[in-house]
Structure formats: structure tokens, C-alpha cells
Design a protein around this ligand. Structure first.
Ligand code: GUN
Length: 304
């Protein structure tokens, strides 16, 4: 059994990005974070994202709103960031308070700055296998983990557990597309799936993103399975200063002996999400440069 070291793989990506950003001559990429409320997990995720951005040489700007912010105020901030030519990427940390519709909010972000890949247009491009769009960071991180760990996917049965917009659905789309890693036979399971274990037991690769601590047990997987655990669940642990520990959606101790490869929690998919956000931000920056260059060229060719 091999443990897939997400920290090490993310670190290589971060180094590659830092090298590339270091070679940029004039301006640097800028990413804006919007956080609504003080959910401790969101505070910690955004802080982590800012820290990594800083290491790469990407400037980050943070906008914090109280959890009772009205939609109009939040959208005015998004509109301003959409118009700001210095800002290349915008990320609105989920979850948002109940009174704010997440899909509407994500769609308010210009699709060119949607480094989260949550805009309807980018999701549509993913469905059409059009690689010009942004792919959501966690599913993109899963693909990169699979690629860099040389896990075979072509013709294999990949079972995705969880149908969220952020992870499950895009992960299933990525694994079924013709490009590699992908070209797999994909089954997308969820909380209402009947005879779940009979399906997960067929998986060559199991992607668990159901958001329930230790949900996948040893009897739910076959010998030799490759397990990608997307879950980051806080469970009570009085022995720790924080009062909690992080566990995945997979019962790691029970499943690891049956698996050929498995991601740990923490240190598996989590760091990859942040690395891919930075990758998307650099892509957004480069695309902006190309668009401005084309615009300048067109203006210079305009007859007086
Ligand atoms: N909350 C949990 N994961 C994510 C993510 O990838 N992007 C955003 N914006 N919010 C999240």
C-alpha cells in the first residue's frame, strides 16, 4: 500500500508556480478573497490560501463581510472587483449564509476571473470538454494527484461518492471525459443510492466526497482499490488543544490494508485544492495579459 502524499505533490506545484511568477517582469497576479461571516473553517481556509499566494508571489486581497450582509452590498463588491483591472481572480469562500443564494453569487463573478470554476459558463465548458474554462480547484486537484501518482484511469471503474456542485459532479465529469487522466467508466453515488456498498466494492478508484466522517468502511471497498478521500471533517478530540481532529470520509485505519494507494486526511486532497487555486490564478493573469495585448493591437490597427 502506498500513501499518496498530497503535501509533497502540492509543494512541487507551488514551487513550479513560484518559479513562473518569479520570472514575470512587470506586474504580478492578484487574487481577491471574499469571506462572509466568521465560520472557523472558512477563516482558516482563507488564511491558508493567502499564505500560499504570498509564498508564490501572488498578491491577495481580503474582503470580509458580516454574516448578515445584504445581497446588494455583497454584489456591489463583486461588481467592483470584476471591473478592477488589477484583479485577476475572485474567490467567494463557501458556505455563504442561508439568505444569500450561492449559485447566483458565484455567477456574479466575471467568468474570466472565476478561479473557483463555479460559474455556470465554466461548468458548461467542463461538460463540453472545452479546456479554455476554469475547473473547480478540488476536482482539479484530484486530477493532478491521480496524474502525478500515475494512477491508471482509462477504462477503469471510478466511483464518486457525493454529488456536490463543488466536488462530486465536476470530479465525475473530469473522470468521464476523453482526456487523461479520465476516460473512465464513472458511477456517481449519493445519499439516496441503494445498495451503495455493492457499487463501491466495484471501484478501481473510489473518490469519497460525501462529507461524513469515516463513512467508507473496509467492507465497502475491494482489494487493491485506489482511494481518494476528499472529506475534511472536524470531529471532537478532547486530547487536543484545539478540541478537535480532522478525519476524512474514509475510515483510513480500516481501509488502508485493502487499498493499493490511499490519500491521508489531512495531507491528501486538501493541500492540492490550494495549489490548484494558485494555478488557476496564474492562468487568469496570463489570459488577461493576452486579452489586453490583442486589444492594444486592434486599437493600433484602427484607422485614424
Ligand atoms: N468551501 C469549501 N471548498 C471551497 C472551494 O473550493 N471554494 C470556495 N470558494 N469555497 C469553498
Amino acid at each position: 500500500m502506498r500513501i499518496i502524499d498530497g503535501n509533497a505533490i502540492a509543494e512541487s506545484i507551488i514551487e513550479e508556480l513560484a518559479n513562473e511568477v518569479g520570472q514575470l517582469s512587470d506586474t504580478k497576479p492578484v487574487v481577491a478573497f471574499i469571506r462572509v461571516g466568521d465560520d472557523p473553517a472558512s477563516v482558516s481556509y482563507v488564511r491558508k490560501k493567502q499564505k500560499i499566494a504570498d509564498r508564490i508571489g501572488i498578491e491577495s486581497r481580503l474582503y470580509v463581510f458580516p454574516s448578515n450582509v445584504c445581497k446588494e452590498e455583497l454584489f456591489a463588491q463583486i461588481d467592483e472587483l470584476n471591473k478592477d483591472n488589477e484583479v485577476n481572480g475572485i474567490l467567494i469562500q463557501a458556505p455563504l449564509p442561508e439568505h444569500i443564494d450561492e449559485t447566483e453569487t458565484f455567477n456574479r463573478v466575471s467568468h474570466n476571473k472565476d478561479v473557483d470554476g463555479f460559474h455556470t459558463l465554466n461548468i458548461g465548458k467542463l461538460c463540453q470538454e472545452d479546456e479554455s474554462g476554469f475547473v473547480a480547484c478540488t476536482p482539479a486537484g484530484i486530477v493532478e494527484l491521480i496524474k502525478r501518482s500515475e494512477i491508471e484511469t482509462q477504462g477503469k471503474h471510478i466511483v464518486v461518492l457525493g454529488r456536490s456542485q463543488i466536488v462530486g459532479k465536476p470530479a465525475a465529469l473530469l473522470m468521464v471525459r476523453k482526456a487523461l487522466p479520465g476516460n473512465a467508466t464513472v458511477t456517481l453515488c449519493h445519499s439516496r443510492t441503494q445498495n451503495l456498498a455493492s457499487i463501491t466494492c466495484q471501484a478501481d478508484v473510489l473518490i469519497a466526497a460525501i462529507g461524513r466522517p469515516n463513512f467508507v468502511t473496509a467492507d465497502m471497498v475491494k482489494e487493491g482499490v485506489c482511494v481518494i478521500d476528499v472529506g475534511i471533517n472536524r470531529v471532537k478530540d478532547v486530547s487536543r488543544k484545539s478540541g478537535y481532529k480532522l478525519v476524512g470520509d474514509v475510515d483510513f485505519n480500516a481501509v488502508e490494508s485493502k487499498a493499493s494507494q490511499i490519500t491521508p486526511v489531512p495531507g491528501g486532497v486538501g493541500p492540492m485544492t490550494v495549489a490548484m487555486l494558485m494555478h488557476n490564478t496564474l492562468r487568469a493573469f496570463k489570459a488577461t495579459k493576452i486579452r489586453s495585448f490583442i486589444l492594444m493591437l486592434l486599437l493600433s490597427l484602427r484607422p485614424n
